[in-house]
Design a protein around this ligand. Structure first.
Ligand SMILES: Nc1nc2c(ncn2[C@@H]2O[C@H](COP(=O)(O)OP(=O)(O)OP(=O)(O)O)[C@@H](O)[C@H]2O)c(=O)[nH]1
Ligand SMILES: [Mg+2]
Length: 229
């Protein structure tokens, strides 16, 4: 082989090495899709903003379709990408997207506003929608009562929410996206889900499936040692 073909071969090898390692990296970073569901105005956008951006937005507008927010977290030495789907509460802004919300979802966060009893009563409808989209019972779900900073306006008593959460096998978090002292509590909503998912799911993606003509990867599930979170 001549020197120039040697060089060419070498550069080909290094480019192959490079793409292999970036491929390995992207395969190894697991992504957990968590959807946030509930009535309009309960604070879904503010909660997801607090978790991924650390702050309370000055101003929000009704979400149209979905907004994606991501945060890389480290659990037991593994970096995991938590992909939060901030969904629209208003029917007219969500109807064309509903199928996408629930497809391959790993965990669900149901949100109500502690100062609006109607948003708590409507949880039953949100749960029915979720079940109607074939979300497996093994997909972890949590319940979040938001706006606890509005102490004088609370309409949903904690014991009522707790009873509902127990009946649906969910953990209950009562919090405020607005109160900066609640920031850690909001982190723990998403971290508790990520820890449960890490414990449930294997690293390997396998079983290429075809759906609507598109190729999709599914995750293999396995029972692994439990996460300390
Ligand atoms: N006091 C108080 N206000 C909040 C809190 N969280 C959100 N808000 C306010 O509630 C309103 C609605 O918040 P959003 O986060 O936009 O509500 P959403 O659930 O995303 O609404 P949609 O996108 O329409 O589904 C905004 O005016 C926020 O400032 C909170 O913890 N406390
Ligand atoms: Mg929103």
């Amino acid at each position: 082989m001549t020197s120039s073909s040697n060089d060419a071969a070498q550069s080909l090898t290094s480019s192959v090495d490079l793409s292999t390692s970036s491929l390995e990296l992207s395969i190894q970073t697991r992504i957990f899709k968590i959807i946030v569901i509930g009535d309009s105005n309960v604070g879904k956008t503010c909660l997801t903003f607090r978790f991924t951006g650390g702050s309370f937005p000055d101003k929000t507008e009704a979400t149209i379709g979905v907004d994606f927010r991501e945060k890389a977290v480290e659990i037991e030495g593994e970096t995991i990408k938590v992909q939060v789907w901030d969904t629209a509460g208003q029917e007219r802004f969500r109807k064309s997207m509903v199928e996408h919300y629930y497809r391959n979802v790993h965990a669900v966060v149901f949100v109500y506003d502690v100062t609006k009893m109607a948003s708590f009563r409507n949880l039953q409808t949100w749960i029915e929608e979720c079940n109607g989209h074939r979300v497996s019972a093994s997909v972890p779900r949590v319940l979040v009562g938001n706006k606890c900073d509005l102490v004088d306006q609370i309409q949903v008593p904690s014991n009522m929410a707790l009873k509902f959460a127990d009946a649906h096998n969910m953990l209950l978090f009562e919090t405020s996206a607005k109160d900066p002292r609640e920031s850690q509590n909001i982190d723990s909503i998403f971290m508790s889900l990520a820890c449960r998912l890490k414990a449930q799911r294997s690293l390997l993606y396998r079983d290429v499936e075809r759906e609507d003509g598109r190729v999709r990867l599914t995750q293999e599930t396995e029972t692994k040692s439990s996460c300390p979170c």
